[in-house]
Design a binder for this molecule. Structure first.
Ligand code: FPP
Length: 246
């Protein structure tokens, strides 16, 4: 019996976020260059997206490239960007068939023009789709996002559009990249690392965290289902007592 058959579809997380980690180690284990791991990581992305669509998850957000990743060797950065351009280009047809809407968050202006254009084209082409919202966090840093939100709000206060007393959590959320999404209920990190690495720090305030030793290129939809089942076994209390939530 697949993990999928055991999942309670009425208690699905609406939003699953993933830190895809371990591509480099996966390649190294096979005596290959790191980019070999990233290429195989794309196969995992495809399978997991398919799994999320099949299940009916509404939002899937993938940590694809962090602001800190710009500090990697130039050759690796260029190879990842090229992989991204090719993958996005190839996947558009698949996204249209599966009713997936592509979205991107992060400091996208940092991306090479070819990558930025390909991404924008895919975002625009898939914008009428009403199924899974697949968000790629690219050149993304959560602290940058939070500072950016604070600046946006400060500008509105300065111009008189907003008063200081109006600032609350909702106003803050509306100034994050993720303004139109629910918070992730489940955050998955692969590769056996127990860190959040500057990812969606505000949004995961109440997320359930799931860590697996599997390296990202080995992660498949069945692993996503296993994580969701684990999530469904947890009691989410939001600061209340067990008796209150039951
Ligand atoms: C982390 O593994 C992975 C990345 C920084 C890149 C992830 C990118 C992809 C899987 C390509 C996805 C493309 C699209 C279009 C979604 P790592 O290199 O940090 O691995 P390590 O920790 O073993 O070194």
């Amino acid at each position: 019996m697949s993990y999928k058959d055991k999942i309670d579809l009425l208690k699905l997380p609406r939003h699953v976020a993933i830190i895809m980690d371990g591509n480099g180690r996966w390649a190294k284990d096979r005596g290959k260059l790191r980019i070999f791991g990233h290429r195989n990581g794309v196969l995992s992305v495809r399978d997991v997206v398919e799994g999320a669509v099949d299940l009916g998850v509404q939002y899937l957000t993938l940590y694809t490239f962090s602001t800190e990743n710009w500090n990697r060797p130039k050759l690796e950065v260029m190879a990842i960007m090229e992989l991204m351009v090719n993958t996005i280009h190839k996947e558009i047809k698949n996204f249209m068939e599966k009713n997936v809407r592509l979205n991107a968050i992060g400091d996208l202006a940092m991306l090479p023009k070819k990558c930025f254009d390909e991404l924008n084209n895919a975002v625009e082409t898939t914008s009428p789709n009403t199924g899974l919202v697949l968000t790629l966090a690219l050149s993304y840093s959560s602290r940058y996002e939070i500072v950016r939100a604070a600046k946006n709000i400060a500008v509105k206060v300065q111009s008189g559009e907003l008063s200081i007393n109006d600032i609350d959590e909702t106003v803050f959320e509306n100034n994050l990249y993720t303004a139109d999404m629910p918070d992730p209920e489940l955050l998955i990190r692969t590769s056996g690392e127990y860190r959040i690495s500057n990812y969606l720090l505000w949004q995961i305030a109440y997320a359930e965290l799931y860590f697996t030793p599997k390296l990202w290129p080995d992660f498949r939809k069945e692993d996503l289902y296993e994580a969701i089942l684990d999530y469904q076994k947890r009691e989410r209390r939001f600061g209340m007592t067990s008796e209150q939530v039951n």
